[in-house]
Write a protein that binds this ligand. Structure first.
Ligand SMILES: Nc1ncnc2c1ncn2[C@@H]1O[C@H](COP(=O)(O)OP(=O)(O)OP(=O)(O)O)[C@@H](O)[C@H]1O
Ligand SMILES: [Mg+2]
Length: 502
């Protein structure tokens, strides 16, 4: 889009009581000092924004003469038509006109804002305006249309292991998220790795301290022999104890049967001496023969019963005594003592063998701890590798972006990033240099040339061609003509104001 100024009219604007300026592709404003050259440029920014050339609020009401009002109008051409804008100050109040129609401030501002962005227009119109902006705004304006290089483009420039790794990771997460993830991973794993190392160390020390002195094989051989001996003795003593126990039980049972037998014997004697009752127990009459026989038979029957009971006890006792005769009491105290002394040898060997088991368990723990340590270190290194790759990616991305931006300029060099000393990271900045010198260090004419180069880049980038006002142009012997209409003011000694349009 191209903006062209046709005609500017000033009434009571600063020292100008009544002035008409017709613009051409090249407009020269020639006059001696203090004849109102800069005021012509200011009238344009005042009309559009109520400010001077660098964007500060401006009151151009005349102070050297009486005037009813101050009025600026600008007739301009935009691609699809013409526009006549006007701003008037009456009794300290601003009035606005769009195509001669009195308008509200907001409508007027909207009409201007629709034409072009304020900072962009002022940067194009006044070559020194851009440098009055905050560096972040400057950077944003320059980068607005230079798209950051695509990931693919950056990855191509990285070493293969890095680009392969990042290419896979960025499918799932953004680089920013990856950076967050692996930063937190790294912090976590740094701690975990230290803990894992110390655990391995402790376990290794324990292992060293618990190293068995006697080999397991010889312990097992010795144990086997001793256990065999002890078991053999135990088999003998067990058997002997069984026999001894039987003997004891037989003695007890025989004793019992002897008492039983003597008791039966006593009963028998009593029964045998029992007189035959020859009188009836009820009527006390002498019993008849038959009855006496019956009593005797009954007695005899009882005697037989006792006898047979006696015989049974005697027989049982005899059987037991026969068995007792076959058994011999064995004295096992010596064997028991031997078994005990064997057990005394066995216990420490078993303890030594258990130490072997514990050692083996510790060995397994050491192996597990070493594996864990290795795994932790691998994850930690992986995170470090990714973080480094991201850092390199960012650096390369910045480098490519800087190159893209740099390619826009002929004489200026633009610094978009600076290195943070402590971390080595890139942080955004915006510094314009010419011949290795920062803008602020440049002379007036150098600053103007720098400003003209910047405004042309902005003009191209934004596809907006707008007029450019170069004030005090006599101080610059030569400069590249900017695109758009050029308005220059030059001091010419002893000259009244003259505007020459070509
Ligand atoms: N509000 C005002 N009312 C009346 N005169 C003013 C007002 N403001 C500034 N002036 C005067 O207007 C005159 C023109 O100023 P201007 O800055 O436009 O001159 P110039 O031609 O650019 O001068 P130089 O060559 O020094 O840059 C100066 O004498 C200035 O003091
Ligand atoms: Mg001036």
């Amino acid at each position: 889009m191209e903006i062209k100024f046709n005609q500017l009219t000033l009434q009571n604007f600063k020292s100008h009581k009544d002035l008409v300026v017709k613009f051409g592709d090249m407009t020269k404003i020639l006059a001696d000092n203090a004849k109102g050259k800069s005021s012509i440029g200011e009238a344009i920014t005042f009309l559009l924004y109520g400010t001077d050339l660098v964007g500060s609020k401006l009151d151009p009401s005349p102070v050297t003469y009486q005037a009813e009002n101050t009025l600026v109008t600008l007739h301009l051409c935009v691609e699809d038509g013409e526009l006549l804008l006007g701003r008037e100050i009456v009794k300290g109040r601003n009035k606005f006109y769009v195509n001669e129609v009195p308008s509200k401030a907001t409508d007027f501002n909207d009409a201007v804002e629709k034409l072009f962005d304020k900072d962009l227009f002022l940067s194009l119109f006044n070559p020194s305006y851009f440098f009055t902006l905050h560096w972040e705004k400057q950077r944003q304006m320059i980068l607005k249309y230079t798209t950051a290089p695509a990931n693919k483009e950056v990855l191509k420039e990285l070493p293969k292991p890095q680009s392969d790794k990042l290419a896979t990771l960025v499918k799932k997460h953004s680089l920013e998220d990856l950076d967050k993830i692996h930063r937190s991973n790294k912090t976590k794993l740094d701690k975990q790795y230290i803990a894992a190392q110390s655990r391995t160390k402790t376990l290794r020390e324990q292992l060293e301290q618990n190293a068995p002195t006697v080999p397991l094989d010889s312990l097992n051989v010795e144990l086997k022999q001793l256990v065999k001996e002890r078991n053999a003795i135990e088999t003998v003593t067990y058997k002997a104890q069984e026999t001894n126990g039987r003997i004891n039980r037989l003695h007890t049972e025989i004793q019992f049967l002897t008492t039983e037998r003597d008791h039966i014997k006593e009963t028998f004697n009593q029964l045998k001496n029992e007189p035959i009752q020859d009188t009836c127990r009820v009527c006390h009459q002498t019993l008849q023969n038959e009855a006496i026989d019956a009593v005797e038979a009954e007695k005899e029957q009882r005697i037989q019963q006792v006898k047979s009971k006696f015989q049974k006890v005697v027989d049982e006792r005899k059987v037991l005594e026969e068995e007792l005769k076959t058994l011999e009491y064995v004295d096992v105290s010596e064997q028991m003592e031997k078994a005990r002394s064997l057990q005394e040898k066995i216990s420490p060997i078993e303890y030594e063998i258990s130490k072997h088991k514990q050692y083996k368990f510790l060995e397994e723990q050491v192996i597990a701890a070493e594996a864990n340590e290795k795994e932790t270190l691998e994850s930690l290194n992986e995170s470090i590798f990714i973080l480094d790759a991201i850092k390199d990616f960012k650096a390369k991305e910045a480098e490519l972006q800087v190159k893209k931006v740099q390619d826009l300029f002929e004489n200026l060099s633009i610094k978009l990033f600076e290195e943070v000393k402590t971390t080595g990271d890139n942080k955004p900045t915006f510094i314009v240099q010419m011949d290795g010198k920062d803008y602020m260090k440049l002379s007036f004419s150098e600053q103007t040339r720098a400003g003209l180069e910047i405004r042309d880049v902005l003009s191209e980038q934004n596809d907006l061609i707008a007029p450019c006002f170069v004030d005090n142009a006599e101080t610059i012997t030569k400069f590249k003509e900017p695109n758009g209409q050029l308005i220059i003011s030059q001091v010419v000694a002893d000259k009244e104001l003259e505007v020459i349009s070509e």
